[in-house]
Write a protein that binds this ligand. Structure first.
Ligand SMILES: NC(=O)c1ccc[n+]([C@@H]2O[C@H](COP(=O)([O-])OP(=O)(O)OC[C@H]3O[C@@H](n4cnc5c(N)ncnc54)[C@H](O)[C@@H]3O)[C@@H](O)[C@H]2O)c1
Length: 317
């Protein structure tokens, strides 16, 4: 059965989800508070019903799934309403702003046997899957540290800081690669555009295994960087999303316990070019179809929110 799906939040990101779900599922509803965002989509997808009222969409008993692409502060309340209405939920990242909220959503999904999938797009990126393969297979040796650089000029946001807007992506990848919760997480940042909204943030995380991670997040930077580096004892790997073809590079570089340095070949493994958003949407539909581990997907989302809360507390502390 093709799930009947409704998308809420149709401004910048929502239309990308609409485009994908229209092909993969049955696009049944479109919802936005603002007619200026709703009507153009309603005209493009006339087979979907259009509304400004989320509750009207949820009241449709034939609707199976809800896709939420509204601003972050609304995610928890809308996801909760949708789960309580018995719908499967895909919610853009991060799915909630506080650990207690995500724990409640995870419980609701579990109680109702519904999918709760946070939209951590990079986890469906073939290059990130390749990094995971390199880590999990032991090819890199023990991982010592991971760091991400997500910087460029803009988009300057006024309702979420660089940590919430940019950092969630890198954080989801770091936690996925290391498969551990940090026992220490600290962030420092500054704002220069919108009062109290940090446009530059540096984060440091330490894990029980001793691994460490760092994130540099900024929308006030001369470079455009979308990079994740994994340093292992045997080899090092870099995922550079600005590279059109060489998404992942593996360096045979290491230092042994005496401090001797070894530098060997550099490999460029083949990475599929499939659009990550397409893969992410397909994964949501497969979860609804009973494939994969529903509980794990929801729990992984909770792990990101918990770490984000630690970083946020330290940033504002
Ligand atoms: N995965 C990614 O790479 C990626 C990229 C960009 C944005 N996002 C995420 O997508 C989400 C949306 O981002 P955006 O930049 O499109 O936001 P936006 O503010 O431009 O648009 C949000 C839309 O939601 C609507 N809306 C708000 N509350 C609503 C409600 N209660 N009912 C119905 N409509 C409501 C607004 O009217 C607006 O049209 C955010 O969570 C953001 O983090 C993800």
């Amino acid at each position: 059965m093709t799930p009947r799906t409704g998308v809420v939040g149709l401004n910048y990101w929502g239309p990308n989800l609409v485009r994908n779900f229209d092909g993969l599922a049955e696009l049944a509803w479109l919802c936005d508070l603002d007619d200026a965002h709703l009507q153009p989509l309603a005209a493009r997808f006339p087979h979907a019903r259009a509304t400004n009222d989320f509750a009207e969409m949820l009241a449709d008993e034939t609707l199976d799934a809800v896709v939420i692409a509204t601003p972050v502060p609304t995610h928890y309340a809308l996801a909760k309403q949708a789960l309580e209405a018995g719908k499967h939920v895909f919610v853009e990242k991060p799915p909630a702003m506080r650990a207690v909220e995500i724990d409640e959503l995870v419980q609701l999904a579990d109680d109702g046997n519904r999918v709760l999938m946070p939209g951590h797009l990079l986890l469906y990126h073939p290059a990130v899957l390749k990094l995971k393969e390199l880590v999990a297979s032991g090819e890199l040796g023990d991982v010592l540290c991971v760091y991400g650089n997500r910087v460029n000029l803009g988009i300057v946001r006024s309702n979420e800081n660089a940590l919430w807007s940019l950092g969630v992506h890198d954080l989801s990848v770091i936690l996925y690669l290391l498969d551990e919760d940090p026992d220490f997480a600290t962030a420092q940042g500054s704002w220069s555009i919108h009062e109290g909204v940090e446009d530059v943030v540096f984060c440091f995380l330490r894990f029980p295994s001793g691994k460490i991670a760092h994130m540099h997040l900024s929308w006030l930077d001369p470079h455009k960087m979308r990079k994740m580096t994994v340093v292992g004892r045997e080899k090092m790997a870099v995922f550079d999303d600005m590279e059109p073809e060489r998404k992942v590079t593996v360096y045979e570089k290491r230092a042994d316990s005496s401090g001797a340095i070894a530098s060997g070949d550099i490999h460029i493994p083949k990475v599929a070019t499939t659009e990550p958003l397409r893969l992410e949407c397909e994964y949501f539909l497969e979860l609804i179809d009973g494939k994969h581990d529903r509980a794990k997907v929801a729990q992984d989302g909770a792990r990101v929110v918990r770490a984000l809360e630690m970083l946020t507390n330290s940033l504002s502390g």
